[in-house]
Write a protein that binds this ligand. Structure first.
Ligand code: CMP
Length: 138
């Protein structure tokens, strides 16, 4: 089990001014920030990041949304990071997310769901490497 996960605070949440509150929740839940970046994905980069969903009907919408505004990307460290982070953010669809989770409190819909969290140790490494160089993580 790896102790690393990767997250992006998505354009809906950065645009509504939720970035600070979400980072505060992440830190208070015991995650240590190993890398952090405020940036904007091009449609090309967003498409590459979500290439695994290329055949899904929502792919175009997802790429358009993820490149529509700023994001905050981070690599996070904690024991059991991937599973614990997914618990902290709640279900992909905020309508199904548990009370007290980040998506329940900050997300509007399954498409605009405030945060991304890696779904496996392997993808956490791939996704972290996609957004961060070795000079940007500590
Ligand atoms: P995320 O955890 O970033 O990984 C893939 C994303 O696809 C997911 O969050 C959702 O934001 C998005 N997604 C999943 N299902 C749908 C859907 N039915 N319609 C639009 N977007 C979706």
């Amino acid at each position: 089990m790896s102790n690393i996960t990767f997250t992006m605070i998505k354009p809906d949440a950065t645009g509504k001014g939720f970035t600070g509150a979400i980072i505060d929740r992440i830190i208070k839940a015991g995650f240590v920030i190993k890398a952090l970046k405020w940036t904007k994905l091009s449609a090309e980069k967003a498409g590459e990041f979500y290439a695994i969903h290329k055949e899904r009907p929502f792919y175009g919408e997802l790429v358009e949304f993820m490149s529509s505004g700023t994001i905050v990307a981070a690599i996070l460290e904690k024991d059991n990071a991937v599973a614990d982070f997914r618990k902290l953010i709640g279900a992909t669809n905020p309508a199904h997310a548990d009370a007290g989770t980040i998506r329940k409190d900050f997300a509007a819909s399954v498409g605009e769901n405030a945060v991304h969290g890696s779904d496996s140790d392997e993808n956490a490494i791939i996704e972290g490497n996609f957004l961060f160089s070795s000079l940007e993580r500590f």
